[in-house]
Write a protein that binds this ligand. Structure first.
Ligand SMILES: Cc1ncc(COP(=O)(O)O)c(C=O)c1O
Length: 401
């Protein structure tokens, strides 16, 4: 039989970075090496019992054993609507302005297929979460990368965004708190963004998966900006907020035509999120006033420990305002991939090369703060054995803090 070819669209994607890293880790583990994995943003903490208890109860109700609707249960969406109003000061119509998702990745990946036509263009941040690009490519549209740079706090200038717009540009992805940089964006950025998008008649896609993981001020919702509800969709996740990555649950909120298009698309490819999970997760939002500060405290301790150590080792890093990542400059003048490979081979500590998030990630690496303080400390001790960071045949990159 001739070899079976994957679709051209699938083949045109860069290989999924985390799959490569997984393979490297498995090989090392198979060889009996200790691996300290700081590469993947998957919380080590369990789902809180206030959610698990509700989940068990709802799982026993026969009405939750049947196919869900594509948009999600009204009760769950109403619960989300109440939280959204309290948290962001935005009132949402649960029926037309909220849809449940099988995790925010599912919605982000499918949204371009519901909105874009072949040949359309979408602006995607570089570095950025790879799914913006993948969804755009699957829709036959063209991803156009815009840089987010350290000098600008990893938040783009609107005039820079504007320079990437063509007659085919339809939508723009933004993501704060940001993966991979940990940057946050304040209200004035969203105000400028929404005003600009209105002038250019563009759709805004805000990925707010880390909205509840912040260290200082609580990040705003783009939907709280006047005019945003005409042209923005915002993606939210329960994964990081409630350590629920394995349960696959999230939601989209925003302009009714955008929500409707996404739900219509989803009705053709999936049959909705399991109802018991929708109910337990949305009811969990009521406990966020207590759970949120405790969770943020856990990440703050890890963040400060890692920042202190890495800075002491000569590895400059901005203090992240949100999410659970540290984004550091490669200290020894090698490429991201060379650095990460060398660190892994010499210490068993697995970092993520910045280039996994786009070309602008060259010269950076990412640490996920999703291991216990003990594991993190152990990994940092191993990294200390490498310092001062010397690479063969390389001169240090000049770095300013
Ligand atoms: C920026 C960003 N958005 C969305 C997601 C998807 O999260 P989930 O599908 O678990 O809701 C992730 C996961 O790592 C992420 O980093």
């Amino acid at each position: 039989m001739p070899p079976i070819e994957k679709s051209a669209r699938l083949q045109s994607l860069p290989r999924y970075l985390f799959a490569e890293l997984e393979r490297k880790r498995h090989d090392a583990e198979a060889a009996g090496k200790e691996v300290l994995d700081l590469s993947i943003g998957d919380p080590d903490l369990p789902t809180p019992s206030f959610i698990l208890d509700r989940l068990t109860e709802h799982a026993r109700e026969p009405r939750n054993h049947r196919y869900p609707t594509s948009a999600g249960l009204r009760e769950a969406r109403a619960e989300i609507g109440r939280w959204f109003e309290e948290r962001f000061g935005v009132s949402l119509d649960p029926v037309h302005e909220i849809a449940m998702l099988l995790g925010s990745k599912e919605g982000i990946g499918h949204f371009p297929l519901a909105i874009l036509n072949p040949g359309d263009e979408a602006l995607v941040p570089d570095p950025g979460y790879p799914v913006y690009m993948a969804g755009t490519v699957f829709a036959g549209a063209k991803p156009v990368r815009f840089p987010i740079r350290e000098g600008g706090g990893f938040v783009p200038e609107i005039r820079d965004l504007d320079s990437h717009v063509t007659a085919r540009t339809r939508l723009v992805f933004v993501n704060y708190p940001n993966n991979p940089t940990g940057a946050t964006a304040a209200r004035p950025f969203y105000e400028e963004l929404v005003a600009w998008a209105a002038r250019r008649d563009l759709i805004l896609v805000s990925d707010a998966a880390y909205s509840e993981l912040y260290y200082n001020e609580a990040p705003p919702s783009i939907l709280s900006i006047p005019g945003a509800k005409d042209r923005a969709i915002e993606f939210h996740s329960f994964s990081k907020t409630f350590n629920m990555t394995g349960w696959r649950i999230g939601f989209a909120a925003g302009a009714p035509p955008l929500i409707e298009a996404l739900v219509q698309f989803k009705a053709n490819v999936d049959s909705g999120a399991p109802q018991a999970i929708q109910l337990a997760a949305s009811e969990g939002l009521k406990s966020l006033r207590v759970h949120g500060p405790a969770l943020r405290g856990v990440y703050r301790e890890r963040r400060d420990l890692a920042l202190d150590t890495l800075r002491r080792l000569g590895c400059p890093m901005r203090t992240p305002g949100g999410a659970f990542y540290l984004w550091g400059r490669i200290p020894d003048g090698t490429t991201s991939m060379e650095f990460v490979t060398r660190v892994f081979d010499r210490t068993g500590v697995l970092l993520t090369p910045g280039t996994g998030f786009g070309l602008e990630g060259e010269g950076y690496f990412r640490i996920a703060l999703t291991s216990s303080v003990d594991s993190l400390r152990r990994a940092l001790q191993k990294l200390e054995t490498l310092a001062p960071w010397k690479a063969p045949h390389a001169s240090p990159t000049p770095i300013s803090r």
